[in-house]
Design a protein around this ligand. Sequence first.
Ligand SMILES: Cc1cc2nc3c(=O)[nH]c(=O)nc-3n(C[C@H](O)[C@H](O)[C@H](O)COP(=O)(O)O)c2cc1C
Length: 212
Amino acid sequence: MNEPETTEPEMTGSDSAAPVPVDAAAYREAMSRVASAVHLITTDGPGGRAGFTASAVCSVSDGPPTLLVCINRSSSAYAALVRNGRLCVSTLGEGHETVAALFGGRTPMDERFAAATWRRLRGGVPALSDALVSFDCRIVERHAVGTHDVLYCAVETLAATGQADALLYSERRFRTLARAPRGGSAPAEAARAARTVGARPAEGPARTLRSA
Ligand SMILES: Cc1cc2nc3c(=O)[nH]c(=O)nc-3n(C[C@H](O)[C@H](O)[C@H](O)COP(=O)(O)O)c2cc1C
């Protein structure tokens, strides 16, 4: 039987029965296809002020409110985060592409912070003043996994100010996700969208993705 032709880059690791170790480059290529929200992770305190751009941020639980952040231990922000034991997650929206790139590495910390305006939440860590939402956190646990540490963070204060479309990172580019239309409850909208496109209500309404 002829194999189907493909123009896609091969992603080894295979779906055949025999387990084959997945190569790091293939894993990065696969992950580049996963669209993620983009956040600034900031810290301040005895370890100094520091921050970096992160997409590896995930909610863990609402009881108690807990999220996780994955940080490469080679990041210039790592030592300050660990020493301070506190961080703020500021979720980015349309218009934050430049600050996301600056916090994405190789820029002195003072230049990163000079590129935006900040406000201090209760924990004393700077939050981006026009973030879609900010989570002021205390780091409660830290686990090393490969090159990264997983920081488990208790959420102590929330702030939501920004009204922009969400910023996403997908296929190594920033994109934006249009906000849901106003009016109507989110579950009702999800149910309507599900009837329209045949999706399950829990998957939410279809939204428009466009390049930044
Ligand atoms: C969109 C985007 C998402 C990123 N996500 C993460 C992440 O989740 N964890 C991480 O450790 N680094 C992440 N990085 C890389 C860091 O932002 C960057 O490597 C970090 O600032 C270290 O650079 P520095 O040592 O020059 O400060 C991301 C970068 C970009 C542009």
